[in-house]
Design a binder for this molecule. Structure first.
Ligand code: AMP
Ligand code: MG
Length: 479
């Protein structure tokens, strides 16, 4: 039988960028979920048995050379030179039918030279959260890594309590982080040049004939723009990442490394989803600013190649792109396709009201798309409807300038605002079931989150705003 092959293009880099590591196999393992949608998209013809082998680190039937990547990065504002894949291995690349290479990365694969004091393992709780959240963001049209499969075992891992071990097979076109550039620049100009060449050849072959300086400038511009677009989308969908360290930022502008993230329940601009983040460095309303801060750190790695003015140009691209995209994403949520001069105020006023009354963010838009008279559910959710009167009048005037009927407008709102959201209490319910061996809610939610704008009748009870005890759950970094 021919062994399924995963190539390993990362090996063309100097060996300071990685270490060869074999996974610590996971005992008594069991496949919890396979992401059929992603499997079909990439035309991955691997059986469940093969996927379980990959997830449990049984690589004998595979032709692959797993590695742990070396990188550094800023964590909570401080540079840490000791980072790298501490509990994940890049197994190699799957080449799809369009000849695109997809990294297969096994998260929770065991210790590596970069594990420091960690055990190299992942627990079921955190892998479920990443698995579902990445599908949720993909479903909402936000760039993100995804995962092909999730497996667990009877092995227990020590966290605050003992928890079931699990692994996640993460898939994306690149596992190169901002921190890779920080690391390369810290090693030397030659290593940085090799990394830039690698990234250009792999992801931007159209720039292959440009000068080195032009390549570096294009690359930095592109990363700044993509990062700004991603964060504009986070803000619009009401997503708080929680650990925006530069080692958790992908150079492709994809949401990367899910930890204590949260989707809003009630809108609260100061919301901090990570309860270890005591200063609120990564609070919801800091995300856009931290995005540019991270780009600035990245740009620091290019400081010997680019002039200050060129770096400022890239950072300006971030600011301009973010501002434009935030407005257009928010307008889409309001069912508005075009952009007019006062739209920024319309959005700013709405955000002010949502924040003042801390209304359920998702429910507000969903009900706006269903409003039909004064007795509607939307008006019932407003504590003082009078305070919203002026805003609704402005919205009505604005909507009149859009094409189509009132019904068309409402349909656009429903098409752009999810009926179901992976709120933290829901993720918690799914995790508790999974820890008891019931993976049905997980798989049911996986499918639902892949089409979040549709009504999902069987999940109807989750389409309401959560009860007081279920609201605003914040989590620690522990994973
Ligand atoms: P994170 O906060 O998950 O992005 O992780 C930050 C760094 O710690 C990365 O270099 C991880 O590889 C490493 N790390 C996180 N958890 C573990 C663990 N259980 N064992 C070893 N390394 C870990
Ligand atoms: Mg990380």
């Amino acid at each position: 039988m021919i062994k399924p092959h995963l190539s390993q293009n990362y090996l063309t880099l100097p060996n300071c960028f990685y270490s060869h590591v074999s996974p610590e196999p996971m005992q008594n393992s069991q496949l919890v979920s396979v992401n059929q949608l992603l499997k079909d998209k990439l035309n991955i013809n691997l059986s469940d048995e093969s996927l379980l082998d990959l997830c449990s680190g049984q690589l004998q039937t595979f032709n692959c050379q797993p590695i742990a990547q070396k990188y550094t990065g800023h964590q909570f504002g401080y540079y840490n030179p000791q980072l790298g894949d501490g509990r994940g291995l890049l197994l190699g690349q799957w080449i799809d039918q369009t000849n695109t290479a997809w990294d297969f990365h096994l998260k929770g694969a065991g210790r590596t030279p970069y594990s420091r004091s960690g055990d190299g393992r992942a627990v079921l709780r955190s892998t479920i959260r990443e698995y579902l959240a990445s599908e949720a963001l993909a479903g909402l049209g936000v760039p993100t890594t995804r995962a092909l499969a999730l497996a667990t075992s009877t092995e227990q891992v020590r966290r605050e309590i003992m928890e079931p071990r699990a692994t996640l097979l993460r898939v994306t076109q690149s596992h190169i982080r901002f921190g890779h550039f920080q690391y390369a620049a810290s090693v030397g100009p030659d290593e940085l040049e090799v990394l830039i060449n690698f990234v250009i050849n792999k992801h931007f072959p159209q720039w292959a004939n440009l000068t080195y300086i032009e390549q570096a400038q294009n690359l930095l511009n592109d990363i700044c723009i993509k990062t700004a677009k991603m964060i504009a989308k986070w803000q619009a969908i009401g997503f708080n990442h929680g650990v925006m360290n530069t080692d958790n930022f992908s150079i492709l502008g994809e949401t990367f490394d899910y930890g204590p993230f949260a989707f809003f329940d009630d809108f609260n601009s100061d919301y901090i989803c990570n309860h270890s983040d005591t200063e609120g460095r990564y609070a919801y309303d800091q995300q856009a600013k931290i995005g540019v801060w991270n780009c600035q750190v990245l740009a620091g790695s290019f400081a010997d190649i680019l002039e200050e003015e060129e770096i400022n140009t890239a950072l300006n691209h971030y600011v301009i792109t973010y501002n434009q995209h935030y407005i257009s994403e928010m307008l889409l949520k309001l069912g508005i396709n075009s952009l007019q001069e006062n739209d920024k105020d319309l959005i700013g006023d709405l955000v002010g009201l949502l924040n003042k009354y801390q209304l359920d963010y998702h429910q507000f838009f969903r009900l706006l798309g269903q409003v039909n008279n004064e007795q509607s559910d939307l008006y019932n959710m407003l504590p003082t409807p009078g305070d919203f009167k002026g805003w609704f009048e402005n919205l009505n005037e604005r909507v009149k300038q859009e094409e189509g009927s009132f019904t068309d407008w409402q349909q656009r709102i429903l098409d752009n605002n999810p009926s179901i959201v992976l709120r933290n209490y829901i993720a918690q319910m799914i995790i508790e079931q999974a820890e008891k061996g019931n993976f049905d809610p997980l798989n049911e939610w996986l499918t639902a989150l892949q089409s979040p704008f549709k009504e999902h009748q069987h999940l109807h009870q989750y389409q309401q705003a959560p009860s007081l005890t279920n609201k605003g759950l914040s989590l620690s970094c522990s994973s």
